[in-house]
Design a binder for this molecule. Structure first.
Ligand SMILES: [Zn+2]
Length: 166
């Protein structure tokens, strides 16, 4: 959250790189959505700036370009009604929306069961012990070690999410 990280020239550079790469590889959207989900789980609210901070500045990924418009286009997120000025210089302090998980989003969060399947791009599951979001590409396992808290969690104790990718 240090101001230096929102350097104008760096912002412009990252934006250019992000747009270029996004047109070559839109697969980053799913990863960025998982980051958005984790931030929402951890903090209750999330903005595109928060995702940018974590996904681009902290993790070193490139930004999404036009695909960023789909970041919160998910049946799990809803607009809080709040707007905040973007901290990204390239956005010229434009207002961006503050999002949260839908209160009834839980209907799309349920424990993994024997019928749970993963789409080709993978599916997010939440560790019941530390609430970290992880992605799996199949459910042919009976227990999985959480990559964050290292707990061995039985299949039926993981919570599966449908984050509504298009
Ligand atoms: Zn865990």
């Amino acid at each position: 959250m240090t101001p230096e990280q929102f350097d104008l020239n760096l912002g412009r550079e990252l934006k250019t790189v992000g747009v270029t790469l996004a047109s070559e590889n839109n697969g980053n959207l799913a990863e960025a959505q998982a980051v958005a989900l984790q931030l929402a789980v951890d903090h209750g609210r999330v903005t595109a700036d928060d995702v940018y901070q974590r996904y681009v500045l902290d993790q070193g990924n490139s930004w999404l370009g036009n695909a960023a418009g789909s970041l919160f286009r998910s049946s799990l997120f809803e607009w809080t009604g709040e707007l905040v000025a973007s901290r990204r210089p390239s956005r010229h302090a434009n207002y961006i929306r503050v999002w949260r998980l839908k209160p009834n989003g839980c209907r799309e969060m349920k424990n993994v069961n024997r019928n749970t399947r993963a789409p080709r791009e993978g599916r997010e599951i939440i560790c019941p012990k530390c609430h970290s979001v992880q992605r799996v590409h199949h459910f042919s396992w009976s227990a999985l070690t959480c990559t964050k808290c290292k707990a061995v969690v039985d299949k039926n104790d993981w919570v599966a999410l449908d984050i509504g990718r298009n």
